[in-house]
Design a protein around this ligand. Sequence first.
Ligand SMILES: *[C@@H]1O[C@H](CO)[C@@H](O)[C@H](O)[C@H]1NC(C)=O
Ligand SMILES: *[C@@H]1O[C@H](CO)[C@@H](O)[C@H](O)[C@H]1NC(C)=O
Ligand SMILES: *[C@@H]1O[C@H](CO)[C@@H](O)[C@H](O)[C@H]1NC(C)=O
Ligand SMILES: *[C@@H]1O[C@H](CO)[C@@H](O)[C@H](O)[C@H]1NC(C)=O
Ligand SMILES: *[C@@H]1O[C@H](CO)[C@@H](O)[C@H](O)[C@H]1NC(C)=O
Ligand SMILES: *[C@@H]1O[C@H](CO)[C@@H](O)[C@H](O)[C@H]1NC(C)=O
Ligand SMILES: *[C@@H]1O[C@H](CO)[C@@H](O)[C@H](O)[C@H]1NC(C)=O
Ligand SMILES: *[C@@H]1O[C@H](CO)[C@@H](O)[C@H](O)[C@H]1NC(C)=O
Ligand SMILES: *[C@@H]1O[C@H](CO)[C@@H](O)[C@H](O)[C@H]1NC(C)=O
Ligand SMILES: *[C@@H]1O[C@H](CO)[C@@H](O)[C@H](O)[C@H]1NC(C)=O
Length: 689
Amino acid sequence: MPLLGLIPCLACLALSLTWVVPPPVVGHGEYGQQAHCRLTQRVALCDRSQLSSVPTDLPGNIEELQLNHNAIRVLRNTCLSAYPHLRALSCASCRLDAIESNAFHNACHIEDLNLAENYIRTGYQQTGRALWLLSRLKVLDLSGNGLTEDMVAFILRNMSSLERLSLSGNVLLRLDQTIFSHLHRLEELTLERNALYEIEEGVFDGLQRLRRLSLAFNSLPCLVNFRLTRLLVLNASHNDLEWFIADQDIKEPFHLQTLDLRDNRLLFFPFLPTLSYVQTLLLSDNRVGFYQHLAEAHSANWTTHVQFFNLNGNVSNVTVELWNETLYGDISSVELLDLTGNQVVHLPQGFLRKMRKLSRLRLGRNCLKSLDLEELSASLYELDVSSNRLTTLRANQTSLNALGNLTHLNLSHNDLQRLYPKLFVGLSSLATVDLSYNKINICSLEITDISVEDCDCAVWTNISSLRQLYLRECGLRQVPPSAFNSTPLTHLELSDNPGIALSQESLAGLSRTLQQLGLGNTKIQDFDFTLFVHLRSLDISRNSLAHLPGSLGIPDLRWLDLRDNSLNSIPLEQAETLSKSLQTLFLGGNPFNCCKMEWYRMFKEVNTVNIVDRPDVTCLYAGHGRHGVDSLTGHLCRVDSEEPGWWYIALFLPVCLSIVGIAVIFTLTFRSSRVPGVIKKRCLKPTSY
Ligand SMILES: *[C@@H]1O[C@H](CO)[C@@H](O)[C@H](O)[C@H]1NC(C)=O
Ligand SMILES: *[C@@H]1O[C@H](CO)[C@@H](O)[C@H](O)[C@H]1NC(C)=O
Ligand SMILES: *[C@@H]1O[C@H](CO)[C@@H](O)[C@H](O)[C@H]1NC(C)=O
Ligand SMILES: *[C@@H]1O[C@H](CO)[C@@H](O)[C@H](O)[C@H]1NC(C)=O
Ligand SMILES: *[C@@H]1O[C@H](CO)[C@@H](O)[C@H](O)[C@H]1NC(C)=O
Ligand SMILES: *[C@@H]1O[C@H](CO)[C@@H](O)[C@H](O)[C@H]1NC(C)=O
Ligand SMILES: *[C@@H]1O[C@H](CO)[C@@H](O)[C@H](O)[C@H]1NC(C)=O
Ligand SMILES: *[C@@H]1O[C@H](CO)[C@@H](O)[C@H](O)[C@H]1NC(C)=O
Ligand SMILES: *[C@@H]1O[C@H](CO)[C@@H](O)[C@H](O)[C@H]1NC(C)=O
Ligand SMILES: *[C@@H]1O[C@H](CO)[C@@H](O)[C@H](O)[C@H]1NC(C)=O
């Protein structure tokens, strides 16, 4: 009997086992671990597959193997010998401590090896010996491995085939002459995000093929005697550089095209080579100024020698003419000069004139008091002098004709009060002008015929190229009729000109082109938008509007800012019209009536309108203060919310009082025996009938 009972039980176990064991992966039977890897052509992708070793059963002909984000602590000897055709191996973020010396046995054709973000620091000697066997290795990424310069020197000892090397994010402090001395073929070297504070002279001298060098995000105090004539790109941004001085004695041309010195502490404009082809010169966020006037003022024979000491106590004498502004090297090929965020008070005479190919000039956030338009090159395309101290801008038609390519002009945040009124009319390619935060008016038509040299207003008629005009906070009193005739603006920003007189005629010329209009904080009340059929974006925030302009049913309006007005509701029909096209809506800071929010629910229901500042949208409910509209519950206002609230109170009060009265009588009559004696005494005894 007991045996009989066991049989169905075993059968049951067997049955459940077949359910527990997962069914075999169809089609992958030949290679077990391939279940983790994806094969495309001859590339095996095994990223994030929880591997603890290199899969050994992939097809033998693969050429690329990606093992990133696994936990392979060690690449064991011969672990790759099944893949003799391997060209590229990537094992980034693999918690790799070491590569055993013979790991690349039979896989020595690898050309591209990525070992970024591992712990090679631990087993760097073993790893170095393994790498030495890769005589065809061209690309090596050792970034983020905690390597010191001695470890790097060891690993790179005879890797003469390397063409690209990244050592970013290690702990290199100082480079000496030996470290890269064998890398004769190196073309690109990245040393970003280390803690480099010194580079010995001549470290890169042996690297005849080096074209790109990045030293960004280190702590270098200076780059002097720069003499890498064949380099194309030097990136030394985000260091502590106070000096950049090229070797002035070298007479052969430098091939440098891009020099990035952003975010350093340069006081002087970099001393460039005497013959160079620099096209992109990035100097933003330094302390650059020009100081010749100081030297002249003191008629002094100020020093022209700068001495630099290195750690070994060796002095290098670098001679530069510090105070002679004509000697900043060859800038004749510069196309982009970014001096944003420096301390330039004036530009030296003839400085801009030297850059005949200049196309973008960025001088924002400096202290410029004047700008000589005549010095600018004919190829200038973009000019940014925002956030300076310009007060006047003089020009005449001759000088403007020469700027026929100027397309973007940013003059915002200056103290401009006067300028040549036809300045913008005269620039034939002008497409964008930002004149915000200056005190410049809009000339009325009568004045446009008058030829004056400078004036407190600018003419905006008949500029056929102009598309975007920003006149935020210009102290504008009015927009005269036909102010923009024959100027097909698509964007017009007039916000923060409170009290501006603006009529339909003012913007008449724009009805068919205008797409974006800013009228925030202009105190406009009822503007007729019906003509502006192409308007897509409208800012009428901060205007104390008590109701939406009736003309706001613009067919294509997608972006609408209604913040900080006095709106108490939006008519449902208007909301319905708007919701057909609107995509982005701002509503915060209005005293909406909590009991008139049908329009809001409608916007939410259509689901195509994104109310960006939803948490800030509040409404008022009489006697209950401010509510977030999204947390609003229906019970405060009934459907017929027009009925005053006291009506309900009047209705319910007698009923409530009656119930309370009945309850009291009931208690006193039937429960009196349970009332404590004290109360009995106080409440019941005195009443005697
Ligand atoms: C590096 O040195 C090792 C022995 O020290 C040698 O076997 C290997 O071929 C060398 N590699 C190169 C690229 O010279
Ligand atoms: C210089 O390096 C920084 C940091 O990697 C980078 O953001 C910047 O774009 C580089 N500059 C150039 C000109 O490539
Ligand atoms: C120039 O320097 C020399 C030596 O320091 C000094 O004697 C001389 O007075 C200086 N000249 C002027 C004009 O300051
Ligand atoms: C100073 O530099 C010279 C040449 O570069 C070198 O021979 C000498 O050893 C250096 N002196 C010290 C103290 O490092
Ligand atoms: C560097 O220049 C100074 C001043 O001209 C001179 O006294 C010094 O001897 C020079 N040092 C070297 C190493 O040339
Ligand atoms: C600047 O150097 C140039 C060329 O050497 C020279 O002609 C000019 O006189 C110098 N200017 C001043 C102010 O020293
Ligand atoms: C102006 O721009 C056009 C088109 O970008 C270009 O072909 C032309 O050379 C530029 N003019 C000058 C003077 O650089
Ligand atoms: C424009 O100004 C420049 C210098 O300010 C002057 O040389 C030129 O003659 C002026 N042209 C006209 C037409 O006034
Ligand atoms: C002009 O420059 C200011 C300040 O740098 C910037 O905020 C603004 O966006 C620029 N204007 C345009 C049209 O790019
Ligand atoms: C507008 O400019 C064109 C040339 O750019 C000129 O021929 C025309 O007379 C101007 N019209 C007005 C009304 O100024």
